[in-house]
Design a protein around this ligand. Structure first.
Ligand code: FEO
Length: 402
């Protein structure tokens, strides 16, 4: 394995996964993902997080290539999710005298997933671990993305080992540092990683950003995706915008339709919103596009309009799946419109109303429901819904460019 240094004696040990289709067995990763671990070689040797278990053999070999017969003294556990702790047990077997470094919430996870740890070192905010030339300081950032998550700040070179925070989907295709790659490729992948994985925990992310602002950080090394060393603001501004629900002028329109009648209603709305001058309009068929991508645009745009055909006296199942995901993530401050279609008993709009009550977004117009093909009167109502959404969106200030 070609060695990649973040600084003298600090190594990148990342592995690219181009085989897995679904991250967490939920989220599509057509461009793969990387699992990044880091090795610091000093008077004491420390690993920062490990990798997914599929890469254990190559990971152990890569460590040995660098340190030979020396022992690893510490395993810093910033995050226990198995995509990063997958090689923990193998590391403990290979280096039985190793000390696991974590916080008061970490070791319960170690025990429930792997084993009762023998040698542990409990850390807290501002705690410093001295490796020799390199001093490691710890800060807790709970719920970014699990309760035990923390970051490790290497004070000598001012590198923040940030865990999931500031990570991205997408493999490292040769380039590893932000100045080695065209970031256009990562624009969507970084945001999808954020919205899909961390999106539920925006308030916690905001707290973490404020807390870490006190550190003089020169490099951010996350557990997925590029290492940020040239333009830290690229990633920091985006995380700040997304986690503060700073939404742009635009609308996401999603529908579930079997025979095209609900789709026609969606397209009528979309056309009228465009006529009113709104340019960011994304229309999705919930049966075709995975929630991962739709959620991403919901975190981007202020407006959300959802339509559902009735199905077995309920909502269309693919729309229901999306709305359940939205309810779990509970993004804030959206404008909402709902519509639907039925053939006999209904069930689509009825359940959309329940969603609207739970999510508590600002309803711009009353729910609209059609029976069968769209009639002129319903079309007029849909245009009123579109106008009501456009009116609100046009009141928004122009978005700040990032
Ligand atoms: Fe990349 Fe929360 O694990």
């Amino acid at each position: 394995m070609l060695q990649v240094n973040l600084a003298e004696d600090i190594y990148y040990l990342g592995f690219n996964d181009r085989r897995t289709h679904l991250f967490e067995n939920i989220w599509p990763i057509p461009h793969g993902v990387s699992y990044n671990s880091y090795l610091i070689v000093d008077e004491k040797i420390a690993l920062v997080d490990t990798v997914e278990r599929a890469f254990i053999d190559d990971y152990l070999d890569a460590i040995e290539e660098i340190i030979g017969d020396r022992e690893v003294d510490y395993l810093i556990i910033n995050h226990m999710e198995p995509d990063h702790s997958g090689a923990l047990k193998a590391i403990v077997h290979r280096y039985p005298n190793i000390t696991l470094v974590g916080n008061k919430k970490t070791f319960g996870f170690v025990e429930s997933y792997y084993m009762k740890p023998e040698n542990i070192h409990m850390v807290h905010d501002d705690h410093v671990l001295d490796l020799g030339k390199h001093k490691l300081q710890f800060q807790m950032i709970p719920m970014v993305h699990w309760p035990e998550t923390m970051v490790t700040f290497e004070e000598t070179n001012q590198i923040l080992f940030s865990g999931d925070a500031f990570g991205s989907y997408g493999t490292m295709d040769g380039g590893i540092f932000d100045d080695e790659i065209n970031l256009d490729f990562y624009e969507v992948e970084v945001m999808r990683y954020f919205t899909n994985i961390v999106g539920k925990y925006c308030p916690h992310t905001q707290r973490a950003i404020k807390k870490l602002a006190g550190l003089d950080i020169k490099m951010i090394a996350a557990t997925h995706g590029p290492i940020w060393r040239s333009d830290l603001n690229w990633i920091l501004k985006r995380y700040n915008k997304w986690s503060s629900y700073d939404l742009d002028q635009g609308v996401v329109i999603v529908y579930g339709s079997m025979y095209g009648n609900t789709k026609k209603m969606a397209e009528t709305i979309a056309r009228q919103i465009a006529v009113r001058g709104i340019k960011n309009i994304r229309v999705y068929d919930a049966s075709k596009t995975h929630s991962s991508y739709i959620i991403n645009d919901i975190f981007k745009y202020k407006g959300f309009i959802v339509g559902s055909a009735a199905y077995n006296n309920a909502m269309f199942p693919n729309v229901e799946t999306l709305l359940t995901t939205i309810e779990h993530m509970a993004p804030k401050d959206h404008l909402l419109g709902i519509f639907g279609n039925y053939s006999w008993n209904g069930g689509g709009v009825k359940n959309l109303k329940t969603f609207a009550e739970k999510i508590k977004w600002d309803m711009v117009y009353e729910p609209i429901e059609e029976k069968g093909n769209m009639k002129v009167q319903t079309q007029e109502e849909l245009i009123k819904l579109a106008d009501a959404m456009a009116d609100k969106l046009l009141e928004m200030p122009a978005p700040e460019k990032i």
